[in-house]
Design a protein around this ligand. Structure first.
Ligand SMILES: NC(=O)c1ccc[n+]([C@@H]2O[C@H](COP(=O)([O-])OP(=O)(O)OC[C@H]3O[C@@H](n4cnc5c(N)ncnc54)[C@H](OP(=O)(O)O)[C@@H]3O)[C@@H](O)[C@H]2O)c1
Length: 235
């Protein structure tokens, strides 16, 4: 059983479709659900609303292995932090970290300690290196890395022995998020030309490639660390 946030488009949709093509059951959590497939079911939730996330409830999940992927993410407004409204950072942290953490906590409470459970948060290179005008996003993705490392440590201590928590950076991927970045203007984002060049010189990964690499990491790689970059996964 695969549970994924943000399956309406981009990386999350491609990952959900890859799992469906392998006959897996997928539950998508989010605001929009364009996937139509007999093995796809949906939970409607605006992940920017903490109360709505608290109210998510799962059907019986059975004893089969569970994979939870917190993929939904937002960049927030691209501009210097001093120019933003105060609520911007809270919204980015809520979608990118807190929503996934809340869902993970519910699953940890629900799943027996011996059930196979992998939890993957989609992180970013922007959580490792600062990018001006992305302060909230960088902070949220850095927090994702340390959150996942801490959860892995905690669950080891608590005796959850068939458990892995991963924070996985996908690389630079050809999605709406990148299109939004390229629409920024130089006054609010000094590096906009670099991101336009990624697109113009075909350096962006396709969502299909990212989905294949992620599945290879999850299913065919010895998982002996928490932080991964899909750049290091060869197909
Ligand atoms: N693209 C890249 O280059 C890149 C690089 C590094 C990391 N990432 C990370 O990869 C993940 C996926 O990004 P992407 O590029 O595929 O982005 P995307 O194309 O913009 O898709 C984002 C997904 O998140 C969902 N989402 C956003 N806000 C939501 C909310 N409030 N409630 C429910 N769902 C919400 C969207 O659903 P709606 O249709 O409802 O908006 C959509 O399904 C993100 O965590 C992102 O930070 C991307």
């Amino acid at each position: 059983m695969i549970i994924i946030t943000g399956t309406s488009r981009g990386i999350g949709k491609a990952v959900a479709e890859h799992y469906l093509s392998r006959d897996e059951k997928v539950i998508g959590i989010g605001r929009n659900h364009p996937i139509s497939h007999p093995n796809y079911s949906s939970i409607n939730c605006d992940l920017s609303d903490p109360d709505a996330v608290d109210q998510i409830s799962f059907p019986q999940l059975g004893e089969e292995p569970i994979i939870f992927i917190h993929n939904a993410g937002i960049l927030g407004k691209v501009d210097y932090f001093e120019r933003l409204e105060s609520k911007e950072i809270a919204q980015v942290m809520q979608v990118n970290l807190f929503a996934g953490a809340t869902i993970l906590q519910q699953l940890l409470k629900k799943l027996p300690k011996d059930q196979s459970f992998k939890c993957i948060f989609i992180s970013s290179g922007a959580g490792k290196n600062p990018i001006a005008s992305w302060a909230s996003y960088c902070a949220s993705k850095a927090a994702v890395d340390l959150f996942c490392q801490t959860i892995q440590l905690e669950e080891q201590e608590l005796g959850r022995n068939d458990f892995h928590c991963l924070s996985v950076a996908p690389g630079v991927v050809d999605t709406d998020m990148q299109a939004t970045i390229r629409e920024s203007n130089q006054n609010s984002f000094s590096e906009v030309e670099r991101f336009k060049e990624y697109k113009n010189s075909n350096q962006l990964y396709s969502t299909e490639l990212v989905a294949k690499k992620l599945l290879k990491l999850i299913h065919e790689t010895p998982l002996n660390q928490v932080l991964y970059s899909l750049r290091d996964i060869e197909l």
